[in-house]
Structure formats: C-alpha cells, structure tokens
Design a protein around this ligand. Structure first.
Ligand code: COA
Length: 353
C-alpha cells in the first residue's frame, strides 16, 4: 500500500487502493479539491473494505456503517487534474467494530510527482441487512505480530474513552439559522456567520442500503463549516483539519437533515467551527428531530501564494459564546502542542498559526 510502511493485517482482502482523476466539479471556489470530496472518497474506500471483510465469514449478510472518524489533518491541497490514490487497510477489529486506516496521495501525472495529502482512521460497525438495528459480530483479522494487535487494542480503548468524554457535548444543539438579517448583525460575531443547510436525503446519498453514506454527511458538514468560515473572514478558505466525529444515528432516505455551523474560536490564523447534524423524520411525525453527529472543523484562509492570512478575531457576546471560545482555545493549544511534538519526532504535519 502506498504511503504506508508495512501491512498490519495478513488476512486476504485487508487492503485496497482506489484511484480517480480530480475533475472541475470536485473543486471548491478557490479551484482546489473540496475538503468534503476528499472526506467522501476516504469514507467510500473504508466502507468497501469493511463491508467486504464483515461478509467474509458471516452467514448473516451485513453492511458496515461509519461510526467514527478520528481527527483528520489536511496536509496539503489537491489540485484539479491530480490523480487521487486512496489506500485503505483494516488495522484492527474488536468484537463489533473495524478500524480502517486510509492514506490519500495526490499524483501530478504530468510531472510524475506524488505527495501525501491526508491520513485518516475510521471505525465501522456491521449491521445486519435483515434487521438494520442489529449489530453483527466482526470476524477478527490476522495480525502480523502480537505488538500490532496490542497497539490496535490501545487505539480502540482510547477512542472508547474519548467517546464517553464527548457524549455530554453531543447532547448540545443549535437551532438552525435559515434566514438571518446579517445587516442587523455586527460582523465577526457568532450570529453574523452562523449558517445552516437543509438537505432532503435522496437515493443518490445512499449506496448499500436505505441509509445515508457517512461520507455524504461529512461533505455536507464541511460545506456548512466552509460557509461559516467564508462569511467570517470573506477571503479564500480551506479545511485544515476535522476533529473526531461520532455518528450516533442512521439517517434514512426521505429524512430531512439540517446541518448547522457556528464559529467557536479564532486564533491568529485559524478558525474553529462547530457543526451539528439533526435529522427531521418527516415521514415519521411526531418523532421530531434527533441529533445525528457533531464535529469541530478548523479552517485557514490562504492568499494567492498559499500563505496563511490573519483571521479577524471572533467577537463573543454571550456567556456561552465566551465559554465556547475558551474551550476552543484549549483544544487549539492542545492540538498545536501535539503537532509540535510530532514535528520534533520527524513526522511532518502542517502548522496553521
Ligand atoms: N465509534 C466507534 N465505535 C463505536 C461507536 C462509535 N461512535 N459507537 C459504537 N461503536 C462500537 C462499539 O464499541 C461496539 O463494538 P465492541 O462491542 O467491539 O466494543 C459496537 O459499535 C456496537 O456498540 P453498541 O453500543 O451495541 O451499538 P450502538 O447501539 O451504540 O450502535 C451504531 C452503534 C454505530 C450502529 C449506531 O450508533 C449507528 O447506527 N450510528 C449511525 C451509523 C451511520 O449510519 N453512519 C453514517 C451516518 S451519516
């Protein structure tokens, strides 16, 4: 597998590579490949490999659904005309979940140059096709060494702990903002850039069953975060990273989803946007709305040479906004310290500050 060191799994069919050329309809307004398109490609590779694996030994036909994506950094932009090579490998299995690690390389086929643009870790859970509310056991993979299995177990335990810690936050909701009189709002406030997008889940959003593919939701989330970021700074913006996302609910075809984003924090050269996805079960009234996912996206603004521009500071007005700003600052300082440590260890990750 390109971009990876050694394969971690010895079972057959544990890795795949999918390649495709990036087209103009994959572009964001700045002309680079949309961050959401990359997230969608990553998830497609993940769902193929995990669904295939889960059906390898199971009598009961099942489909793997995206339960979680670990924090993902966008290491360098991808251009239209580049060939994206998405490599996915199953690296750990618990009783009911599959860890997939994905690398994305961008190849300039005119110059023959390749670079790593993304690394992501996704967790899938297998659901029975007969009864989609039933979680199915996952066949174990064959590890190349006991140490690799041990490392995988540590990652699994760590994400379980993180899920418990972030459960509280996911119960917070924001009301969708469909029509805002922005002229009455002060620029750089949370209310000024807060935005929502409403989407009717159609057949093209679903692949293996009648529920939305995780990558489709991530793309919509990235789109809303991008609108909030652009409204705030009014310059060219790009996705720098996405914090871990947990997908709590399946989203059925025919549902209406509201994806809402609000700015929580700005550093000198980055912005953090919190995104919420709510499901409105229109066919099943009076069920009302249920939260499906939340995440923090970090955006930076780039000039024509690709250099990060200063970001206008977010003006917080309410006590809640001030609290969220402080929480955002803590996350920012924490991930920045982690990145610095990785850079010192020789792993090259971008610094957006
Ligand atoms: N991240 C990683 N693993 C998760 C998870 C998450 N957010 N939520 C549950 N799991 C794992 C558990 O660890 C468990 O595995 P284990 O027994 O090996 O530890 C397994 O899933 C089943 O857990 P359980 O508590 O029985 O299931 P649940 O009722 O929490 O349901 C999902 C889990 C993922 C099936 C459910 O949350 C769901 O349907 N989510 C939406 C999936 C989807 O449609 N994704 C695309 C959305 S756009």
């Amino acid at each position: 597998m390109e971009g990876a060191t050694k394969p971690l799994c010895q079972s057959p069919g544990c890795s795949i590579q999918v390649s495709r050329i990036m087209r103009p309809d994959d572009a964001n307004i700045a002309g680079n490949v949309h961050g959401g398109t990359i997230l969608k490609m990553i998830e497609e590779a993940g769902v193929i490999i995990s669904t295939r694996h889960c059906n390898r030994q199971n009598e009961e036909r099942c489909v793997a659904v995206l339960a979680r994506v670990e924090r993902t950094d966008f290491l360098s932009p991808m251009s239209i005309g580049d060939v994206a090579h998405v490599s996915a490998e199953i690296t750990y299995t618990s009783k009911h979940s599959v860890e997939v690690q994905v690398n994305v390389m961008a190849e300039n086929i005119l110059k023959g140059a390749k670079r790593l643009t993304n690394r992501a870790t996704l967790w899938y859970v297998a659901l029975s096709l007969e009864n989609v509310d039933k979680v199915v056991e996952v066949p174990s993979i064959q590890y190349t060494s006991p140490e690799q299995q041990e490392e995988g177990k540590k990652r699994y335990e760590a994400q379980k702990l993180d899920r418990l810690e972030t459960k509280q936050r996911s119960e917070d909701i924001i009301l969708p903002v469909i029509s805002v009189d922005r002229q009455s709002k002060e620029p750089y406030t949370v209310g000024y850039s807060q935005s929502s997008l409403i989407h009717l889940v159609g057949p093209s959003d679903c692949a293996l069953h009648k529920f939305v593919q995780g990558g489709v939701t991530m793309k919509l989330m990235d789109e809303v975060a991008g609108i909030v970021a652009a409204r705030h700074c009014k310059t060219n913006i790009v996705t720098a990273s996405v914090d871990a996302i947990n997908f709590h609910q399946k989203i059925q075809k025919g549902s209406v989803i509201t994806v809402s984003g609000r700015m929580t924090f700005t550093s000198n050269k980055s912005m953090e946007i919190e995104v919420f996805v709510d499901i409105d079960h229109v066919m099943e009234s009076p069920k009302g709305k249920t939260p499906a996912a939340t995440a923090f996206f970090t955006y930076v603004s780039l000039d024509k040479e690709g250099k990060a521009l200063p970001i206008p500071m977010l003006k917080t007005e309410t006590e809640d906004e001030k609290r969220r700003f402080e929480e955002g600052r803590n996350r920012y300082l924490h991930t920045k310290a982690k990145r610095m440590a990785q850079v010192q260890k020789g792993h090259c990750l971008p610094i957006h500050e």
